[in-house]
Each structure stands twice: as C-alpha cells, then as structure tokens.
Ligand binder design. Sequence first.
Ligand SMILES: CC(C)(COP(=O)(O)OP(=O)(O)OC[C@H]1O[C@@H](n2cnc3c(N)ncnc32)[C@H](O)[C@@H]1OP(=O)(O)O)[C@@H](O)C(=O)NCCC(=O)NCCS
Length: 183
Amino acid sequence: MTDLASSVPESAPPGKPTSASRTTLSHIMTHSDTNLLGTVHGGVIMKLVDDAAGAVAGRHSEGPAVTASMDEMVFLEPVRVGDLVHVKAQVNWTGRTSMEVGVRVLAERWNESTPPTQVGTAYLVFAAVNAEGKPRPVPPVVPETERDERRYQEAQIRRTHRLARRRAIKELRDRRAAEGLND
Ligand SMILES: CC(C)(COP(=O)(O)OP(=O)(O)OC[C@H]1O[C@@H](n2cnc3c(N)ncnc32)[C@H](O)[C@@H]1OP(=O)(O)O)[C@@H](O)C(=O)NCCC(=O)NCCS
C-alpha cells in the first residue's frame, strides 16, 4: 500500500502570528555564572539567548529547529550576581525554511521592584529540520503590530547583508583557490 503522507511534497504551511510563539525565559544569576571579573559570563547569557530563541523557533515551526547562525549579539551593560534576567524572544521574519529570531535581554535586581534595564540584544537564524536533519518549510510569520512590522523589515535588511557577505567571501576564496593560493 502506498504511504500517501510520505509522498506528499513538503509545502509551506499557513501563516502564524508573531504572538503565537513569543516567549520569555527568566533566570536568577548566581556565583556559578560569573567570569573572572565577578560579573556574569557572556557565554551564560548567550546560552539563555539560544535556549529562548530555540523555544520560539520550535513553537513557530511546530517541530525541530536548529541554530544556523547567531549574529549581532550586543552586550549593553554588565549582568551581576543577584540579577533576575529576562530573555524575550520572537520570530522577526521567516524565509522558506529559516526564521530570524530577535532577542532582548533585560535585567532587574531579583529582590527590588525597580524597572528592568535592557542589557543585550541578539539576532539568530534557525532552520526548521525534518527527521533526517534536512530543512523543511516553515509557516510565514504574520506581523501583528507596527513594531512587529518594523522588526520584519529590519530582519529583511540583515538577511540581505548576511547573504551578500557569504557570497562575497565565497567568491574571494574561489578566486584565491583559482590562483593556486592554498591556505
Ligand atoms: C542549518 C542547516 C540545517 C542548513 O542546511 P543546508 O543544507 O545548508 O540548507 P540550506 O542551504 O537550504 O539552508 C536552509 C535555510 O537556512 C538558511 N541558512 C543556512 N545557513 C545559514 C547561515 N549561516 N546564516 C543564515 N541563514 C542560513 C538558508 O538561507 C535557508 O533559508 P531559507 O530556506 O529560508 O531561504 C545545516 O547547516 C545544519 O544542520 N547546521 C548545523 C546546525 C546545528 O547543529 N546547530 C546547533 C549547533 S550546536
């Protein structure tokens, strides 16, 4: 008997609003999170960023998604022991099989009711993958607010620059290889 499900080509699923997958991950920083200077290690924040973005990508694409790239991770302020860190992530933009996830990192003292300050931002690209680890189509994200729309447009600019940079570097390497410059 023919397995119809496996013979149907993977096509783009219907669109999903930004709010359907928006996620916040919160964590209190302790002494085990510090670097040699006594502030929180940047890698600890990057792990939280990747975790939150991965949850968003998985929710949006309704299945496994892997980090393809992480760029523009900016640390604006040091994070300290005793800070309650909130990592807020949402899908900014979708391609055919990839998604750009935008992340904002906020910190507030765990036991004070002062407003949180923004301590970092990051943009990550996730690719949705199937059981064989091959890219699979993702639902188009549907921006809901003016802010979502601005983020969508900005993500398109970053996408254009990422592709142009990759292409330019590949062309340079190909040219050097053609000249016999093997490094
Ligand atoms: C990411 C991965 C699935 C891409 O596979 P691939 O065979 O190169 O597939 P494609 O070239 O078709 O890329 C798939 C999508 O990802 C995007 N993409 C791939 N590499 C990218 C990169 N470095 N930066 C941004 N986007 C990227 C492509 O533009 C494409 O998007 P689109 O379909 O929306 O246009 C593959 O490289 C992989 O599995 N990498 C390892 C991921 C991983 O393990 N991450 C965790 C590290 S511990």
